[in-house]
Design a protein around this ligand. Structure first.
Ligand SMILES: [Zn+2]
Length: 467
């Protein structure tokens, strides 16, 4: 529905770089096109049992193109190539020669639609370069753009699996029990040769490749939780095992030594008080996502934040809300406020009407470049704290699963997570069984808030105390 699209776009604009439109909307059919000049996706329409795509829309990013509709006749010019197609007919003329489509050409609102299964034969009539169409996955490669991947397992301690790509990549990375998943939406990654590769290792056991609906996916299976980081200008993804949290010390004056993690400047003891900064995302004129026609994300995040404050306070934390009213501040201001407060943990709260349960995010830091200016430093401020952030994220996931929330952990390059010095997570609350109404349901929010608070308690000894 166009109205939905508009609303969603608006929400993305309002949210700016902050979050979380990373969540793919419903399984809309689309085709991905990879070419040296442009990478794009187009909607795929089902008509009379065939998949169709707009021909002008397909060619537009690749060259100069124009079209003219005259009744049922549709004339297209791409660079110096002329084509004439007729609505309802399979016979077309391209460069003065006949071309037969496997299903009739269609015109809808002056858009000329051609069947997807014709593309392998049709596009070479227009383009002067190789065309390679993965039809069932709807991925179209124009020219030599394919990105190859190789695997390199280093079984020594610490265990590492390096994925080496022939060009920089930018997948969405998420984890779930037993698996780390990388989804490539805009990268022309192709199969490593076989659908799955088994490793002679007890922890990282297998990598598998699949492609579907314009995306490629690489999954790495393991018996322990995994994390991923980029190196080599995003041409390498290094996958390693998440460091395990130490056993929780007993409350009465435990003497456990500080963990090795450089991020955890720990003094152990029962008297320490940790400050948690809770950030209800959006606010003021920046409404966040439109969860319903009348419900703005900014209002859900504020209510949820107040509940979380209560849950943390009764567990012995000092809590600061970055806003306790309908006010706005920039992402930089939010990060600076958390940094100045020397918080032990920073928790950003979002809400969405998409999906169900919750998503927990940690920062995905920018690749380390040769220049390490102030801008890089600001954008990578999270770096030393990231291991503890991941432990906190894993703890939240575990507590939410105990309460039967469907929950996923992801890394994403989202601000201001990467700008804060202390362990930082973002939790995005999604509807439960009762749909969007859950987002304003005090019971539902309460269950989520107590899960987060219990998780923060479980990692308390890894968080810096207030000076
Ligand atoms: Zn948001």
């Amino acid at each position: 529905m166009p109205s939905t699209t508009t609303k969603k776009t608006l929400a993305i604009l309002l949210a700016g770089a902050s979050l979380l439109s990373a969540a793919p909307s419903a399984e809309e059919k689309h085709i991905s096109v990879y070419s040296p000049v442009a990478i794009y996706t187009l909607p795929v329409l089902e008509r009379a049992g065939h998949d169709y795509v707009g021909l002008l829309e397909l060619l537009e990013p690749l060259g100069r193109v124009s079209s003219q509709t005259d009744g049922r006749r549709w004339n297209l010019r791409y660079n110096a190539v002329d084509a004439e197609l007729v609505a309802g007919k399979t016979r077309a003329r391209i460069r003065g020669r006949n071309f037969d489509l496997p299903a009739p050409f269609l015109i809808e609102n002056s858009h000329g639609l051609v069947p997807l299964i014709s593309l392998s034969a049709l596009l070479p009539r227009f383009l002067e370069t190789s065309v390679n169409f993965h039809e069932s996955a709807r991925r179209l490669f124009v020219g030599e753009v394919r990105i190859q991947v190789g695997f390199q397992l280093d079984g020594s301690n610490p265990l590492r699996l390096a994925l080496n790509f022939s060009a920089p990549v930018n997948p969405t990375i998420s984890t779930e029990p037993g698996k780390l998943r990388m989804v490539f939406k805009r990268d022309a990654v192709v199969s490593p040769g076989s659908q799955s590769i088994s490793f002679d290792n007890k922890v990282i056991t297998q990598a598998s490749y699949s492609e579907n609906n314009g995306d490629a996916e690489l999954d790495v299976a393991a018996t322990q939780p995994l994390m991923a980081s980029f190196s080599n200008d995003r041409k390498t993804i290094v996958i390693s095992v998440v460091p395990q949290a130490p056993a929780t010390p007993s409350a009465a004056g435990s003497q456990n030594p500080a963990p090795a993690s450089p991020a955890a400047n720990i003094t152990s003891g029962s008297s320490r008080r940790v400050l948690a900064v809770v950030d209800p995302a959006h606010g003021g004129g920046e409404r966040g996502a439109a969860l319903t026609d009348t419900l703005a994300e900014k209002d859900v995040t504020l209510g949820f934040a107040r509940l979380l404050r209560h849950e943390l306070e009764i567990r012995g934390f000092a809590v600061a809300l970055l806003r306790d009213a309908d006010t706005s501040s920039t992402l930089d201001q939010r990060a600076a406020a958390a940094n100045v407060a020397r918080a032990g943990i920073y928790i950003s709260l979002h809400a969405t009407s998409q999906g169900s349960g919750a998503r927990v995010y940690t920062a995905l830091l920018p690749a380390e470049g040769p220049s390490k200016g102030a801008f890089h430093a600001w954008n990578a401020a999270q770096s030393p704290a990231l291991p503890v952030s991941r432990i906190a994220s894993a703890a939240i996931v575990a507590e939410m699963q105990k309460r039967e929330f469907p929950v996923r952990a992801s890394s994403a390059s989202l601000r201001p997570l990467n700008n804060v010095f202390m362990p930082a997570v973002a939790v995005e609350l999604a509807p439960g069984a009762d749909g969007v109404a859950d987002l304003t349901n005090a019971n539902y929010q309460q269950r989520a808030a107590s899960a987060i608070a219990d998780a923060v308690v479980s990692v308390r000894d890894r968080l810096g105390a207030q000076p």
